[in-house]
Design a protein around this ligand. Structure first.
Ligand code: PLP
Length: 303
């Protein structure tokens, strides 16, 4: 039987509960208006990866939404680690959420609502499964435009996913793995849950604007510097996408993932490129490095 709830654990209303018992009111602005922010950090073999960077982005997003998070960093870390411990997961996908909350008597003023924080941990999930790494992602370049940044600031991690979900549906209907969306000027933006990188003979590129500033995207900059590879942000046209030597997607849900086909056309040789392979290897090596990762046990024992 297909279970609705995966193995996991949640924290809501001040306590740890089973996933099935983690519920919010239908009057919460987070549900009625997508008025919420969230972040997702992963745990790999008992260690959070770049936890402080995810918490920084979460606090920054909440501030930009004019509902600064009232919880302090160490308390939040304990809650996140607690969710993983209670779920008994070695490797996990850990989500922290802050919604606007409920406003008294359903008044229309968001300032009167009381924001609330919740969190949950579920097993680690992949946009591209490990066993499919050599095959790479086969993406659809959809004509769906990403919501413009002048409407919804994409640097605030948000649930305004109608454009991304439409892209996914288009992709699945055509037999692709996932979708890539363009902006109003037909430049490449991002996909459902991932940033995009393009490699040509002059270097490694990723769009500067109109995207979430992914933590994995930042990791690629840090890794490329370590490897002395030229990397920069710049706009990427559709033509540049198709003519790239290598393409890859980055996400907490799977790390650095090669893209070998776009809308049926092979990228480069249609196989995983050597720079993608090099960055991917170093990315996973960093998961046991103390300056990139934190042990769950250390957080729970106040170290
Ligand atoms: N872009 C969007 C729209 C996302 O939702 C995500 C992650 O969920 C990303 C990019 C990748 O960000 P990160 O590397 O922080 O997971």
């Amino acid at each position: 039987m297909n279970e609705i709830f995966p193995k996991g654990s949640a924290w809501i209303d001040g306590k740890f509960v089973k996933l099935a018992d983690a519920k919010i009111s239908i009057l919460d602005w987070g549900f009625l208006r997508s008025d919420a922010t969230y972040d997702v950090v992963h745990v790999w073999k008992g260690r959070f990866f770049r936890l402080d960077k995810h918490i920084d982005r979460f606090f920054e997003s909440a501030k930009k939404l004019r509902m600064p998070c009232q919880m302090d960093r160490s308390e939040l870390k304990k809650i996140l680690a607690g969710c993983v411990e209670k779920a008994q997961l070695e490797s996990a996908y850990v989500e922290m959420i802050q919604t606007r909350g409920i406003s008294p008597n359903f008044v229309r003023d968001p300032r009167l609502a009381t924001p609330r924080v919740m969190a949950f941990a579920v097993p680690f999930g992949w946009i591209l499964k490990q066993e499919d790494f050599e095959k790479g992602l086969d993406v659809l370049l959809t004509d769906i435009k990403r919501i413009p940044p002048s409407s919804v600031d994409p640097t605030i991690k948000n649930y305004h996913w109608m454009d991304l979900v439409t892209g996914m549906l288009n992709a699945y209907e055509k037999g692709n793995d996932t979708a890539v969306l363009v902006d109003e000027n037909n430049n490449i933006t991002e996909g459902p849950g991932f940033n995009l990188f393009c490699i040509n003979e002059t270097g490694i590129f990723t769009p500067e604007h109109g995207v979430l500033e992914g933590i994995t995207r930042q990791s690629v900059f840090d890794l490329a510097k370590e490897l002395n590879l030229p990397i920069m942000t710049k706009s990427i046209s559709v033509k540049e996408l198709y003519s790239a030597g290598e393409l890859f997607a980055t996400s907490t849900a799977g790390g650095i993932m090669p893209i070998t086909r776009v809308s049926g056309q092979e990228i480069g040789k249609g196989s995983v490129g050597s720079l993608t392979r090099q960055l991917h290897k170093l990315y996973w090596e960093k998961h046991s490095d103390d300056s990139w990762s934190t042990s769950i046990t250390d957080i729970l024992s106040n170290k």
